[in-house]
Design a protein. Structure first.
Length: 368
């Protein structure tokens, strides 16, 4: 009997130096992806991923595309081996890899728009040094957090729920003064494992509305095509099947909270979950939510090799050959023209068309 499969891509903070080195050494196709990425962004990804420093790979404008490159490399090997998932999702910036895997975005388009976002967000952080992100892995609900925000409010200081990760786990983002007061509250109430995060985890709130406005013109240089596989999006927690709906969700992801608990609920009908990319955070969240499901973490060559018996069984169910319809489209690298940015007012207005309700998939669609 065919098993229903979901693929989940990891997010920022999971990258590390030497990630994927064994896969790169083993696969000519992965080497081609590294070369394509290096040509598109003028970054030496071999050096960055295998011989740089931890601090260097944490940089947004390098770390973000490096994660996308690693995720796409792993997924391309899975696709070559015959994987045909039923649903896709990606945590935070992992949604770009999900878009590539869906067949909607080419690899080069995804690299381009993600790198542009990284540059704009990095500049925003430099210009706004008083923001922070705090991980609250337990002890709260949306209601109790909202009440706490009201209790700890400081005039003209803002705080938001930036991600709902698990039933009682959240990220909050806002002014460092309120973040400090929340930490004090947690300490006083013995709420443990609270952690301040690198801003690369993003703010996901109206704090970054200006970043969305500046990013909008660059969406006119990339092309979202029809999806081959539905994507469950961070912005809405529901799946999309059209190119317009995916483009809208990718854009709105920046300044809306991540609804990851809802995203994970969308995989309820899947028998198998494959967590693709560096790190184990999404893998651990998936295990906590679905202890009875078949769940794999795939970070490199050894994990792919261990998965071969499952892939062979899956491929036999489809009666397909290896290498057929790999689903990864390389695309053409972009050369920036600064004139596009100068027309941002008109282009931003045009981009607002993607925000109309009729551009989205019906939220009442049933995953089942």
């Amino acid at each position: 009997m065919k098993k229903t499969i979901g693929v989940i891509f990891s997010g920022y903070g999971e990258q590390f130096v030497t990630m994927g080195k064994d896969l790169y050494d083993d696969s000519r196709h992965v080497q081609d992806l590294f070369e394509q990425a290096s040509m598109c962004l003028n970054i030496n990804f071999v050096q960055l991923c295998f011989a740089s420093s931890y601090i260097n790979i944490l940089n947004l404008d390098k770390g973000y595309p490096a994660i996308l490159l690693m995720q796409t490399s792993i997924y391309s090997e899975l696709a070559k081996a015959g994987l045909r998932p039923d649903f896709l999702a990606g945590y935070g910036i992992g949604e770009y890899a999900a878009s590539v895997a869906s067949g909607s975005l080419s690899f080069s388009d995804a690299l381009y728009i993600l790198h542009k976002y990284a540059q704009l967000f990095k500049n925003f952080i430099i210009e706004n040094p008083n923001f922070s992100v705090l991980s609250l892995p337990r002890g709260f609900t949306q209601e109790t957090l909202t009440d706490l925000f009201a209790k700890l409010a400081i005039k003209d200081k803002q705080i938001f729920i930036s991600a709902h990760n698990t039933e009682n786990g959240f990220y909050v983002a806002g002014d460092v003064q309120i973040i400090a007061k929340i930490q004090e509250h947690c300490k006083a109430n013995e709420i443990r494992k609270v952690k301040e995060l690198n801003l690369g985890y993003e703010l996901h709130s109206e704090l970054v509305d200006s970043v969305v406005d500046k990013l909008a013109p660059y969406f006119f240089k990339i092309d979202f095509k029809s999806l081959k596989t539905p994507v469950i999006t961070n912005a809405d927690g529901g799946y999309v099947t059209s190119s317009d709906a995916l483009e809208s969700a990718i854009n709105r992801r920046v300044n809306l909270p991540l609804l990851w608990e809802e995203v994970m609920s969308g995989f309820v009908g899947c028998d198998v979950l494959l967590c693709v990319g560096p790190g184990k955070q999404v893998f651990e969240w998936a295990q906590d939510k679905y202890p009875d499901k078949e769940i794999y973490s795939i970070q490199g060559l050894a994990d792919l090799q261990a998965l071969q018996p499952f892939l062979e069984e899956h491929r036999a169910g489809f009666d397909i050959k290896i290498d057929e319809d790999k689903q990864i489209t390389l695309g053409t690298c972009h050369v920036d023209n600064d004139e596009i940015a100068k027309k941002s007012e008109d282009l931003t207005e045009a981009d607002s068309l993607n925000e109309l309700p009729e551009d989205y998939d019906d939220e009442e669609d049933d995953l089942a």
